[in-house]
Design a protein around this ligand. Structure first.
Ligand code: BDR
Ligand code: CA
Length: 311
């Protein structure tokens, strides 16, 4: 059983990543931590609660995390995800509430309470919470088994600016702290997620599934695709965050390399751009497993099989 914490800014694709994790028998979710990203932290916290209620998992606790990036002016992606951040399905107001403990303190306490190497942290939004936790408690870097993060880009450049992926752009200073911290890190960048497209055929498969989670996932994707289909002009919009959980469950579906990754924090034009030393042209040591390939049919089948297990 792999113990994980999911740090997230739901976000339709975050919600589907959470559902995938909830459906995986080999994953034990110790808690969800919210962060400001796609929308405000108040909204991402409520959305995290909504997903757990939808899946009948009120036993999993939610902790509200950081309300804004370390130093930058907050941005959102409400233009993609809608006013609530999770527009699409008509989900009721959640009755589940976040715990009183701050998400950063929950991270520190939980990582310290488990044997070194036991906990995997999955980040699906800006890395603010982890960066603050590392600053407050540097010992957790060596205690974390692995961090798996959706963020960055190599060949795909950017999706929020010409040069940067959204999670990296929103809080590059936090990403910089994480990349320099020595944690074992897997990065799931746009290079992967831009190959995991939800075509009309795949969306129809999801819509044909009976469960309320699958139905909500279909409604979420139906909403978020509207923007992305027009933006990219592809046969389907990318489904980003579930690729992280997909890698945990079936790493054989992905390809990548241990490389050095740095993030740009100084230049306004390149803010949040990831410099990936794919060809090892520097002497900077590897600090991340950077994924670039995915068997997208394999990943889609994995996602469908898992969603079919949820209510
Ligand atoms: C990332 O940005 C967010 O909008 C998505 O939820 C995903 O985490 C993709 O760049
Ligand atoms: Ca996200």
């Amino acid at each position: 059983m792999r113990r994980i914490i999911i740090d997230t800014d739901p976000g339709q694709d975050d919600a589907i990543a959470i559902m995938l994790a909830l459906a995986a028998p080999g994953l034990d979710i110790l808690g969800l931590v919210s962060v400001a990203g796609n929308v405000s932290v108040a909204q991402t916290t409520a959305n995290a609660c909504r997903v757990l209620e939808l899946a009948g998992r009120r036993d999993i606790r939610v902790y509200a995390g950081c309300t804004r990036p370390l130093r930058r002016t907050p941005i959102t992606a409400a233009h993609v995800h809608g006013r609530t951040g999770m527009d699409g399905p008509d989900l009721p107001e959640p009755t589940l509430r976040a715990q009183p403990q701050h998400g950063v303190d929950f991270l520190i306490e939980t990582i310290r309470a488990h044997p070194p190497g036991e906990i995997t942290l999955v980040t699906l939004g800006p890395m603010t919470n982890l960066a603050v936790a590392l600053a407050k408690a540097p010992d957790i870097a060596a205690r974390l088994g692995r961090v798996v993060s959706m963020g960055g880009a190599y060949s795909e450049c950017g999706n929020i600016t010409p040069s940067a992926e959204f999670n990296m752009f929103a809080d590059p200073d936090a990403a910089d702290i994480v990349l320099r911290s020595g944690v074992a890190l897997t990065l799931v960048p746009l290079d992967v997620t831009h190959r995991f497209l939800i075509s009309a055929r795949r969306l129809a498969q999801l819509r044909a599934m009976p469960g309320q989670c699958a139905q909500a996932a279909a409604a979420m994707l139906g909403f978020s695709e509207r923007f992305d289909l027009a933006k990219y002009g592809w046969d389907g919009a990318p489904l980003h965050d579930p690729c992280t959980i997909g890698w945990l469950l079936a790493p054989e579906l992905f390809g990548g390399r241990e490389v050095n990754v740095s993030v740009e924090v100084s230049s306004p034009l390149m803010q949040g751009a990831t410099a990936v030393d794919w060809w090892q042209v520097t002497d900077r040591p590897p600090n991340a497993l950077f994924l670039r390939d995915v068997d997208d049919d394999g990943l889609w089948n994995l996602l469908l099989e898992h969603l079919a297990r949820l209510p």
